[in-house]
Design a protein. Sequence first.
Length: 255
Amino acid sequence: MISLAAGTVLDAPPAAVLTAAAQAGFDAAGLRIDPASTTVAEAAALRRQAADLGLTLLDLEVVRLRPDRPFDDHLRLLELAHVLGARFLLTVSEHRSHPDTVADLARLAAAAHGADTRVALEFMRFTEVRTLSAALSTVDEAGADDAVVLVDALHLHRGGEGPEALVGVDRIGYLQICDAPADAPDDLADEARHRRLVPGAGELPLGYLLAHAPDGLPLSVEVQSDDLAARYAPAERAARLYTAVRGLLARAGSA
């Protein structure tokens, strides 16, 4: 399954994201919505649109665990994820305290327990959960049996872990893929949000990542790039990235 990540087309509203994903050839899409301004009826309409287009809703973004965010906001996003039929609820921690991360993750995972939507914890060097190993430990500490870890190729590399870190790990829900230079910039958050590269255009070991990943994981194409956004409208951006990823998969022997 190849999915168009919401981060790739943040300048498009959710309905346009779904249309762009289907037109480009993606199997699935991810959405980012504001829980305060999105109604249940609107979420249900998006689910119907995705079904009509033959798309799976891979994930919904984004729960930001942080001390100044009411937990009810997270529960509202979880509710909308259920309505949408999203497979995963993308979650990051902006806490400064690890025990607070564990406590909030445990509470969110308990609320999602038994449902079709699973909490997916993403790690990043510039958040409280910095690496894959830290994310796996955090999920275990939280007792979040239904939760999974989201592996982003950029964050894995910037965290100093190689593709071999994925071998034998059964907690990975899906992969996010992009490219980047091998060497890290000074501002990792700026790179992740504005300066990602098209898969195959950088120096990340993406072929090895795909070879070491557990079989059958969904692949989400997340290329947050100010350069691409300036040059291409969302639909054309999606089409170009789909072509690039299919080429990468063919070269990796995974197509």
